[in-house]
Design a protein around this ligand. Structure first.
Ligand code: FPP
Length: 237
């Protein structure tokens, strides 16, 4: 609490935080547990961090839950992550009472029919929530998203000189969400992994060695505190 209220107006405050929830596998390995146990712990962390973001008045949070490349993982791990999503989508009561709006980004088409139904239901029932808006990225890939946007634009028949950055942004999954201004990646990796590659052109980045299941609100506080001190120039001086 208070991180936003204590901040002098001149300091930047993030509007949209995007998190790469990385390190679940290593967290499980350290404990000699199956990788899926790491994802279970990671899903718990996600819930805690989302609630915390809502409490401090953040407007948008986007988390990377499953990438277009993650299908390459062992079948039981993919099923484990899908089952976690299923469980989470069936149990939305906790989010409802927090006034959190839930949305999904990514190519949802290849997902199981029941998951697609649950997603639709959750998006519809939380549409009027006025607190934090959470995007969960599933079967999401930045290049895939841009490729699809190009396909849609070409199919609409616009001429080359009508193609603008705005038009491309409007054809992304995130068309109605401001670009993330802060990207957080725990677990000691320093890459974007195809996450929001168009949208994060001017984002600030924060990395940490903490594995995602161990990531606590105090780590987010540290990150946000550092964001307050970043000098954002957007290409200007
Ligand atoms: C990356 O860690 C994590 C994933 C590919 C899956 C993230 C999914 C969740 C946290 C659960 C999602 C559920 C909900 C309800 C949002 P990794 O497995 O690549 O970790 P490693 O690099 O240590 O192996």
């Amino acid at each position: 609490m208070g991180l936003f209220t204590k901040t002098p107006k001149t300091r930047p405050v993030p509007t949209h935080i995007a998190i790469i929830m990385d390190g679940n596998g290593r967290w499980a390995k350290k404990r000699a547990l199956p990788r899926t146990a790491g994802h279970i712990a990671g899903a718990k962390t996600f819930k805690e961090i989302a609630k915390y973001c809502n409490k401090i008045g953040l407007k948008y949070l986007t988390v990377y839950a499953f990438s277009t490349e993650n299908w390459k993982r062992p079948k039981d791990e993919v099923e484990g992550i899908m089952n976690l999503l299923r469980d989470y989508l069936k149990d939305t009561e906790n989010f409802k009472e927090d006034n959190i709006r839930l949305k999904f980004i990514g190519n949802l088409e290849p997902l199981a029919d029941d998951i697609k139904e649950l997603i639709k239901h959750n998006e519809e029932t939380s549409a009027d929530a006025t607190g934090l808006q959470v995007q969960i990225a599933i079967n999401y890939g930045g290049r895939d998203e841009i490729t699809n946007a190009v396909k849609k634009i070409v199919a609409s028949g616009v001429s080359p000189d009508e193609i603008t950055e705005d038009l491309i942004s409007q054809n992304l999954y995130t068309c109605d969400i401001p670009d993330p201004d802060f990207i957080i990646r725990p677990s000691g990796e320093y890459r974007l992994s195809n996450y929001l590659i168009w949208q994060s052109a001017y984002a600030e980045y924060w990395f940490s060695d903490v594995l995602w299941p161990d990531f606590k609100p105090k780590h987010l506080e540290l990150a946000i505190d550092e964001f307050h001190h970043r000098n954002r120039r957007f290409g200007g001086v």
